[in-house]
Write a protein of this length. Structure first.
Length: 147
């Protein structure tokens, strides 16, 4: 692949390894990260940034966390995430439109569940966050402050 083609995909021409040995990832964790890297290399950089922006919202993370335990109604999700029904509905629509959750209607109730693979993504994130949570919490950079 030419340098121009690589640059047009938002990838540096000579990428450096991103996994310092001091992090101490297991083989399984490295495989997950490798698979994610292979997938994300095919997706435009701005789309990946929007994906992480979507996950950066505490309300959406609370809804995803509640869905880890299985299918739930919109009302149950709103209560567990401590959101108003209208706010929960807005966030669930965003998650559904982005492909992170699926929904089905059964008479008056709308049921939501995680899309296949999202639970694995959240699990891999939990494992990684255990290693870097203190550093993330202590970060004082203005762009990392809560909105």
């Amino acid at each position: 692949m030419s340098r121009e083609a690589i640059a047009s995909r938002g990838v540096p021409a000579n990428p450096r390894p991103c996994l310092p040995s001091r992090i101490g990832l297991t083989l399984g964790e490295r495989r997950i990260i490798f698979q994610m890297a292979q997938t994300t290399a095919r997706v435009a950089l701005f789309v990946r940034a929007r994906f992480f922006d979507g996950l950066a919202d505490p309300a959406r993370l609370a809804l995803l966390e509640a869905l880890r335990h299985g299918e739930r109604t919109a009302g149950e999700l709103a209560a567990s995430a401590v959101l108003s029904p209208s706010s929960a509905s807005k966030h669930l629509a965003c998650l559904r439109d982005c492909g992170l959750v699926e929904s089905r209607q059964d008479w008056r109730y709308v049921y939501y569940c995680l899309t296949a693979g999202v639970g694995d993504l959240l699990d891999a994130n939990d494992v990684f966050m255990e290693r870097v949570a203190d550093r993330v919490a202590a970060c004082q950079r203005p762009e990392m402050r809560r909105r």
